[in-house]
Design a protein around this ligand. Sequence first.
Ligand SMILES: [Fe+2]
Length: 272
Amino acid sequence: MKIVVFTDLHYRTDGADLLVDPDASLAAGIEHVNKHQQDADLVVFTGDIAHTGEEQSYLDFKSRIASLTPPHALMIGNHDKREVFQQVFPEAPKDENGFVQQIIDHDDCRLILLDTLNAPPYDYPNFHFGNLCEHRLEWLRQALSSAGEKRCIIFMHHPPHETGFVSMDMIRLQNGPEFYEIVKAAGNVAHIVAGHVHRTISGSHEGIPFSIFKSTTTQMPMLFDVMDFHLETPEPPAYGIIDVRPQSVLVHTEDYGLSDLDDLRANASMQI
Ligand SMILES: [Fe+2]
């Protein structure tokens, strides 16, 4: 199974005046995927679709992704407003408690998409923290225990562990230990995918490998110790590619703004 991951789109009405225009940048990413990853089974958007949760931002995003060739699945993050998102995307799957969570089964793997938004109420700064309430933890428990022989890959906006950036670590998933207790007890999670940090990060936590991808807008500068949530640098945007094979989970990132694959493919030699 091949999955493309876009994260942290941050659509907003004044986007064209920003350091990076979110719509122009995502448009370039979608064009790149349609050309070079059109065989993807799924494109997952791991949250922070709309910077301030405005309806117009979701509508703009909706028009933009209409041109995406592979099927897609949407998730929300701390910048989103669940109720507004669900108004604009009434067809988006939700769980029995109304959270934007879903299971996607494919051959021998199960994708579990979580809703880590700590709202409503949308009280600053609490809505920026990630959280999985009792209902969502129980839903995760069931999703893992009913997976049978399938390996599970969990997608969540907020990383459930520290990443080394003091500012973003403060607003990571607040109940990471409870999350990992469930994941470790299930014993069938092959990989965790997150967003939120706007940086390519990989490693493992509690023995479980994870990947975090760059945003389609601005990125987190490599300043681990600066306590400022608004740090940003216009480094090139990227999308992730997760290639699930019988014995492995391969993870790639593509800096699509720098990558001109047409010429390279046309001029490639077959010589070894
Ligand atoms: Fe975020």
